[in-house]
Ligand binder design. Structure first.
Ligand SMILES: NC(=O)c1ccc[n+]([C@@H]2O[C@H](COP(=O)([O-])OP(=O)(O)OC[C@H]3O[C@@H](n4cnc5c(N)ncnc54)[C@H](OP(=O)(O)O)[C@@H]3O)[C@@H](O)[C@H]2O)c1
Length: 324
């Protein structure tokens, strides 16, 4: 049994070694999620360094181009981390990217044991990080809470494995299921709360896409102006070249197929994408099975007629969010 002390409330919890590992890995997940919206195309990674039942240091990957979680935790520590256990939710890197390899630093600091959640699918790492650690005599535990780690980094794994962004279909619909009224007029389906939520969603994803008709009808800004956070890349699909007033900071695509659109976004390292409508574009993504999550904001007024919202496609319950 080991003891974890939370000094502030002087609470001591007795845990088995397995429970201890799970506890610190979940802490890695919490830390990792602090980087949400800022690390892409890198994954979300957190790290905890523990010795004799005490946390010596913690860190997370804070933004793309910045230090990785392990390096942040190691460099932050004022205490002696030799012979400690290091918890991290992704295999430590073994290559020179924007920063030097974390596996080398872990070896250099004399860490005793590394507990890890997910293997890194990046071909530049893919097992080489673990190999470096094991070659240096470090004990390595693999695949702890693997499914939870994949869930946390679902954008990253989808991007690496399917070679396309993680796709969130999102629309607002009236109480009776219309996404626009029949007659052309200004309309607003979402409540103030739903609109803020929608803006918050924009800050966590890399890009947001609309069809040319929505661009013509609505002139949408697609900014997260009601909340603090990053502006996603704005993308408009315009196969026939009807649009002549697309601002230069938008990605104006004339691709004839969604396959080609996916290729362009993959090459630009766009890890996640919100497809914000309209109906034709949503239908096209649904028809090709290009979606991973669905978010529907349902308003409280009836339109009676208009542009019908898509039927919610087949999706796992935890990937469908209907927000009233
Ligand atoms: N309630 C909501 O959440 C919401 C959100 C967005 C829009 N809207 C409403 O939806 C209405 C527009 O919807 P819409 O269905 O008429 O048009 P849309 O989906 O916005 O745009 C359709 C156009 O996109 C272009 N496009 C490019 N690639 C495509 C592809 N692979 N598949 C399908 N289309 C592709 C096509 O024009 P080209 O062939 O010229 O490229 C097509 O005519 C607007 O009135 C807007 O107000 C509502």
């Amino acid at each position: 049994m080991s003891k974890y002390e939370i000094n502030v409330v002087n609470l001591q919890i007795e845990m088995t070694p397995k429970e201890t590992d799970i506890f610190y890995m979940r802490r890695c997940f919490q830390l990792a999620s602090c980087g949400m919206g800022r690390t892409a195309p890198n994954p979300l990674v957190g790290c905890v360094i523990v010795k004799d039942g005490k946390v010596l240091s913690e860190g997370f990957h804070q933004q793309y181009g910045g230090f990785h979680a392990e390096r942040n935790a190691i460099l932050k520590s004022k205490l002696d981390i030799q012979n400690s256990d290091l918890y991290v939710n992704l295999e430590p890197c073994s290559h020179y990217g924007k920063t030097p390899p974390c596996a080398d630093l872990i070896v250099e600091k004399g860490i005793r044991r590394v507990v890890c959640c997910n293997d890194d699918p990046n071909p530049l790492v893919a097992g080489n990080g673990f190999a470096k650690l094991e070659a240096a005599g470090i004990e390595v535990e693999h695949h702890l809470l693997e499914d939870e780690g994949r869930e946390l980094n679902r954008r990253f794994f989808t991007f690496m494995e399917k070679r396309r962004p993680y796709i969130i279909l999102k629309w607002a619909e009236s109480a009776d299921g219309y996404m626009a009224p029949a007659e052309r007029r200004d309309y607003w389906i979402s409540s103030a709360f739903q609109t803020r939520m929608s803006h918050r969603l924009r800050t966590t994803e890399a890009a947001i896409l609309v069809g040319s008709q929505t661009f013509i009808d609505d002139h949408p800004q697609l900014t997260p102006r009601l909340v603090a956070g990053r502006q996603p890349l704005r993308v408009v699909l315009d196969r026939r070249g009807r649009l002549h007033d697309v601002s230069a900071d938008w990605l104006h695509l004339g691709c004839q197929s969604l396959d080609d659109v996916m290729g362009v976004l993959f090459d630009r390292k766009i890890q996640s994408l919100i497809v914000e409508g309209g109906r034709q574009v949503l239908d096209a993504f649904i028809a090709e099975g290009l979606y991973d999550e669905v978010v529907v904001f349902r308003g409280n007024t009836n339109y009676g007629c208009g542009l019908k919202a898509p039927a919610v496609p087949l999706i796992a319950p935890n990937r469908l969010h209907i927000i009233y």
